[in-house]
Design a protein around this ligand. Structure first.
Ligand SMILES: Nc1ncnc2c1ncn2[C@@H]1O[C@H](COP(=O)(O)OP(=O)(O)O)[C@@H](O)[C@H]1O
Ligand SMILES: O=P(O)(O)OC[C@H]1O[C@](O)(COP(=O)(O)O)[C@@H](O)[C@@H]1O
Ligand SMILES: [Mg+2]
Length: 495
């Protein structure tokens, strides 16, 4: 199997080259593997709501750049296909049999996406057959389905969770595709995080191998914000907002007592975006600990020293810790290699461990009684309905997903890139995880806002920077090798 520098199978990559170093990382289309499919005029052209919009249909060449900060001489770089309605569609309304599935952990906005997929299909394209697959991937072959109508989904965006249920594990590609084929489903909308998108990519591959006219579409979900390429995942803003309530409670408790410490644990298995943004938003946080920035307790520059200073100067402090932070400190006594049903690492409770360590240290070393209040709002920040801006975001994601499927595209994730809706090929979404880059400006902003120690030596910083540069160079090399290895489609308007 030929792979590019990033372990991407180059035979699956559909690249279009244009002038000035323009590269379109295109998404698959039915016409790539099924010939002579009939097309139809998009029914939206007769829809009174849309027919008045100037240039409502997306131009065939419209694309969105991945990088918006450029230099005079830099190549135009990677682009993604702009999402939106096309002039011609590949399905007639009564031919469509769509299904929706939600997988992985909960996230605010799941019900909004479900609602908008159903309403988008019904109201924009006249589609009447939409099935909800119950309980995640395993629901395809082991559960009942729910007939989803605009009436059924009308109010669901006001509720947290997912009305069709979710689960981890249970992904069996061939059983899932058998079920899709047996039920005559031809549009599959899959809402989920990085694991789910890997599963969606496997389903797309199998659908294509069987030569089926079935669109497989991903909608990225995760409060952790660990999905790459996209600006942010839906529900993230809502989760950060809800986290403020826990931080506020921690602050009130801490400042009301002598030597008060409020410790808040927030979600973030492999990355600390929620902790970082919640800290930046709150201004009450004195220290934010995330998985990407290892910390230590003892000695100069360590956490104990910083806590002692905060208590001396202010009499109280607030610490926010992402659940995935400091797991290496726990390994040994508390550590474990256990995984959940999807293969995700099961984490130890770093918040509880750190609370105990802080109390023990200050009572032994400083003969001080610490009033520490540990707040763990873990599930409260994700089991809530999405806020207004996430609701709008969910609507755009869902409608874009529907337009793409109707236009015959498949094997893509609907995502926001630099503020524009795009179709991103699965391989780009599942290639790596999004992480906080601690040599970027955002982390520097956080450090300067909390005044916490960076826990890094000059050597660490230069190594971190070198690693970042190597990744950038590898990406550039892989791009170059794509340019030479892949079949070049010279006419960007092919699709
Ligand atoms: N590499 C993979 N290939 C196929 N399916 C996967 C893969 N990783 C995870 N999945 C499936 O995706 C679903 C959700 O994955 P999980 O990691 O729990 O949540 P998330 O999608 O939010 O990251 C599960 O049903 C799991 O079986
Ligand atoms: O207890 P659960 O449901 O396994 O969820 C815990 C995990 O879910 C998350 O919210 C992320 O979920 P996803 O993998 O579904 O995006 C993590 O922050 C957390 O570690
Ligand atoms: Mg995940």
């Amino acid at each position: 199997m030929a792979t590019t520098g990033n372990n991407i199978d180059s035979s699956k990559v559909k690249i279009v080259h244009g002038d000035g170093g323009y590269v379109l990382e295109d998404v698959p289309h039915f016409s790539d593997y099924i010939s002579d499919l009939p097309t139809y005029a998009n029914p939206l052209q007769d829809n009174p709501a849309y027919s008045v919009v100037k240039q409502y249909f997306v131009h065939v060449d419209d694309s969105v750049p991945q990088k918006v900060v450029v230099h005079k001489s830099s190549p135009r770089g990677i682009h993604f296909r702009r999402a939106g309605p096309r002039q011609r569609v590949y399905f007639q309304a009564d031919e469509v049999h769509a299904c929706i599935v939600t997988c992985g952990g909960l996230c605010p906005g799941l019900n909004t996406v479900i609602r908008e997929l159903v309403c988008g299909l019904y109201n924009m394209y006249g589609v009447k057959k939409v099935l909800g697959i119950e309980g995640g991937y395993r629901g395809f072959y082991s559960k009942n389905t729910i007939h989803l109508t605009p009436k059924f989904v009308n109010d669901i965006h006001k509720r947290g969770g997912t009305v069709i249920g979710t689960s981890r594990g249970g992904h069996d590609t061939s059983k899932i595709v058998d079920s899709i084929q047996d039920r005559g489903i031809n549009q599959v909308y899959i809402i989920g995080g990085d694991g789910t998108q890997k599963g969606a990519a496997a389903i797309y591959e199998e659908v294509r191998r069987r030569g089926l006219k079935v669109s497989v579409v991903g909608i990225p979900k995760t409060i952790d914000n660990d999905i790459p390429v996209i600006d942010k995942s839906f529900g993230f803003d809502t989760a950060v907002e809800e986290a403020q309530r826990a931080i506020n409670a921690a602050h009130v408790e801490a400042e009301s007592m002598e030597n008060g410490i409020g410790l808040v644990k927030l979600m973030g298995r492999y990355c600390g975006f929620i902790a970082m943004y919640a800290t930046l938003a709150s201004r009450d946080v004195d220290c934010c600990l995330i998985p990407e920035s290892p910390f230590y307790l003892e000695g100069p520059g360590g956490l104990y020293e910083y806590i002692a200073r905060c208590l001396k100067d202010n009499g109280h402090m607030v610490i926010v810790i992402a659940e995935g932070a400091g797991q290496e400190l726990l390994s040994g006594s508390f550590g474990s290699d256990k995984q959940d049903a999807s293969g995700n690492k099961l984490l130890q409770d770093i918040g509880l461990w750190l609370s105990q360590r802080i109390k023990d240290h200050f009572s032994k070393e400083h003969k001080m009684t610490i009033n520490l209040k540990y707040i763990d709002p873990t599930y409260m920040i994700r089991a809530i309905p999405s806020n207004a801006s996430d609701n709008v975001y969910c609507t755009l994601l869902a409608q874009s997903a529907v337009h793409g499927a109707m236009a015959g595209y498949t094997g893509y994730t609907s995502g926001l890139v630099n503020g524009r809706q795009t179709y991103i090929p699965f391989y780009r979404i599942i290639d790596k995880q999004n992480k906080v880059v601690i040599t970027d400006r955002m982390w520097a902003r956080l450090l300067s806002s909390t005044n916490q120690p960076s826990f890094l030596t000059a050597k660490d910083v230069s190594e971190e920077k070198k690693e970042e540069e190597t990744v950038t160079q590898m990406n550039q090399l892989s791009q170059l090798s794509n340019n030479t290895e892949d079949e070049t489609v010279s006419n960007p308007s092919v699709k």
